[in-house]
Design a protein around this ligand. Structure first.
Ligand code: 6PG
Length: 252
């Protein structure tokens, strides 16, 4: 498989990382709209991207073409949309409710579905319908991702069946045991993430240092970490704050 180049950038603080990430997103949004008439982005959950989303909603609000932006979610916890653990809720509060994006362009995981399996089935169909015209060239222009201290990314957890699914873009996942919140999830799959024109990891916090050491070393052992398995056909950008960066690589 042809994989893109890996660009690793280190920042002194989460603020600096967030500013650089927001600048890069603005650049990619402009480039995508210019080249293909729209910008499609898969948002990450967790805490790290919040400051980046807030910058997009404030400093960069007027320079992004929201009318031609489509937002999907890389993963979601199977909780109601107003639950404090909802990734949609975080994205809505930090970004989506503050910018003029047309509501039909926000494709949230249907967590009101009866079961997490139903929600995943529906989301798989939604993604394929909304993004299919870009495939097989690409799924989305940009997939934002985080890394958990156990090496998970999106809701792809180590050793779980979702990691080997090649047929779907979204699948159900049982509640994780190693990280919180311990609720079932819907996650996009490796074929979906690998199909992003750009994958941008946002990684912050000292608890990520051990897994980042292995992932950045390209050791065979890193392959037990789902984050190390994402291999975009396009560009891979790692934005890492100094606390998450292994000491021996902090000048990388
Ligand atoms: C989720 C996420 C998950 C997250 C990482 C990092 O829904 O839990 O999408 O993959 O990105 O756990 O989270 P933090 O940024 O909070 O460390």
């Amino acid at each position: 498989m042809t994989t893109g180049s890996r660009d690793v950038r280190t920042f002194d603080s989460l603020d600096a990382l967030s500013e650089a990430a927001a600048d890069e997103i603005v650049r990619l949004a402009r480039e995508s709209v210019r080249a293909r008439g729209r910008f499609s982005v898969a948002l990450a959950g967790g805490n790290t991207p919040r400051a980046t989303y807030e910058l997009l909603a404030t400093r960069h609000r007027d320079v992004i073409d929201w009318q031609h932006t489509v937002v999907v979610f890389g993963d979601e916890r199977f909780v109601p949309a107003d639950d404090p653990h909802s990734n949609y809720r975080m994205a809505r509060e930090a970004l989506l409710s503050r910018v003029p994006i047309p509501p039909p362009s926000i494709l949230a995981v249907p967590t009101g579905a009866r079961t997490v399996e139903d929600a995943a089935r529906r989301y798989d169909a939604t993604l394929k319908q909304a993004l299919r015209h870009q495939a097989p060239a690409a799924t989305v222009d940009l997939a934002l991702l985080g890394v958990g201290p156990d090496g998970h990314t999106a809701s792809l957890f180590p050793g779980t069946p979702a990691l080997i699914d090649r047929a779907h873009w979204a699948v159900p996942v049982g509640a994780p045991t190693a990280v919180q919140p311990a609720v079932p999830r819907v996650t996009t799959t490796l074929p979906f993430l690998d199909g992003a024109r750009t994958v941008m990891f946002l990684v912050a916090g000292k608890d990520k240092q051990p897994v980042m050491r292995e992932i950045l070393s390209d050791a065979e052992s890193a392959r037990r970490y789902p984050a190390a398995l994402v291999a975009s056909h396009g560009r891979m950008l790692w934005m890492i704050d100094r606390s998450a960066m292994p000491d021996d690589r902090s000048n990388a």
